[in-house]
Design a protein around this ligand. Structure first.
Ligand SMILES: Nc1ncnc2c1ncn2[C@@H]1O[C@H](COP(=O)(O)OP(=O)(O)OP(=O)(O)O)[C@@H](O)[C@H]1O
Ligand SMILES: [Mg+2]
Length: 314
């Protein structure tokens, strides 16, 4: 966990809203430099609240947050110019074109050179695939186009860190793919990307690291591979004699057996040797077409970590 410097680090970060609801509960988060970090959790688990705390838009009830090595919200003025952010739908002027919305954003940035504004805006629009729609009023944009315009605004300047709250929300599969590609490109250029999502699949496809939130509390964090490895996949044996296979597997300590027409699956104990189990099947004369351990997904890990499914309420 300590190989790369942390771009975001929180200690006991807590936010209790008026009325006593604890939206973020003693969060110890560590986002390594250069990672694409997925912040995963169902609706209401505290993702947006955490992001607002990280960006200094909310003051914590207790605990601390460090972003790019400086304390937030105290160092906001120094830190925020190096952070591109997109939170819950960007603030856009509907009567302005997409291009003019970006010109407005760029003009509001005192460090942005007006002489290169046009090129910067055009570059950002192209990067998110809005070049052709640049002259249209933003109010005629689809949700996905608005989301991309917000992303373009975050990309007007080179950033050390991008913080994206549900960046693919409202996008169709093609749009989601494009945003994922864009995130990979930005990461390849050295930008650390922190993105929230309630979609496991999306996190698995694009992220190197992830943290899992549940009801305001962090239940796991680490590399995506590490998280997935916390649950070994089930052993699966396919062949014409699943009942015989199940008997042999049971004798060798495989538990939670499930037999279907031509396949038996089960949980492998930590000390079991797969090669020995395979040999035992052969010795018993069980005919096997396929033998192997299923890949554990982040979803398996989530279920194992929380004891519940990844249920997105609404
Ligand atoms: N301004 C607020 N005042 C009171 N409670 C709030 C406020 N904002 C959020 N909450 C509550 O805090 C909890 C966490 O909300 P938050 O928006 O951070 O979750 P989230 O993980 O971003 O959810 P989603 O996936 O729906 O965006 C929820 O129970 C929510 O109702
Ligand atoms: Mg949210």
């Amino acid at each position: 966990m300590t190989d790369a410097a942390a771009v975001i680090e929180t200690r006991g970060l807590t936010k209790r809203y008026r009325g006593g609801h604890t939206a973020v509960d003693r969060l110890d988060l560590r986002v390594p430099a250069g990672s694409v970090f997925g912040f995963l959790g169902p609706n209401g688990s505290g993702k947006t609240t955490t992001i607002r705390l990280l960006l200094g838009l909310l003051a914590p009830t207790s605990g601390t947050a460090t972003v790019l090595g400086a304390p937030m919200p105290r160092a906001s003025r120094a830190v925020l110019p190096r952070v591109g952010a997109l939170i819950e739908g960007p603030a856009l002027y509907g009567y302005l074109s997409g291009r003019d919305n970006l010109v407005r954003y760029d003009s509001a940035d005192p460090s942005a050179d007006p002489r290169t504004r046009r090129a910067r805006v055009a570059g950002a629009l192209d990067r998110v695939g809005l070049g052709a729609a640049a002259a249209r009023k933003a109010k005629t944009y689809s949700l996905g186009m608005k989301q991309r315009l917000g992303l373009a605004a975050a990309l007007l300047q080179p950033r050390s860190l991008l913080v994206l709250d549900e960046p693919t929300n409202g996008l169709d599969p093609q749009g989601m793919r494009e945003i994922r590609t864009l995130i990979r490109e930005l990461a390849a250029d050295g930008t650390t990307v922190f993105l929230s999502s309630h979609l496991l699949d999306e996190i698995e496809q694009v992220c190197t690291h992830a943290a899992v939130m549940n009801r305001g509390a962090l239940i796991a964090q680490g590399s995506v591979a590490e998280l997935a490895a916390r649950t070994r996949g089930r052993l699966s044996v396919t062949g014409p004699d699943p009942a015989d296979a199940a008997r042999v597997l049971k004798e060798h300590g495989i538990t939670d057996l499930a037999v279907t027409e031509d396949r038996v699956t089960g949980e492998v104990p930590a000390d079991a040797e797969l090669a020995d189990i395979n040999a035992a099947l052969v010795r018993a004369g069980v005919r096997v077409r396929a033998f192997g351990q299923e890949r554990a997904s982040l979803e398996d890990a989530f279920v194992a970590l929380t004891g519940e499914g990844f249920d997105v309420a609404g």
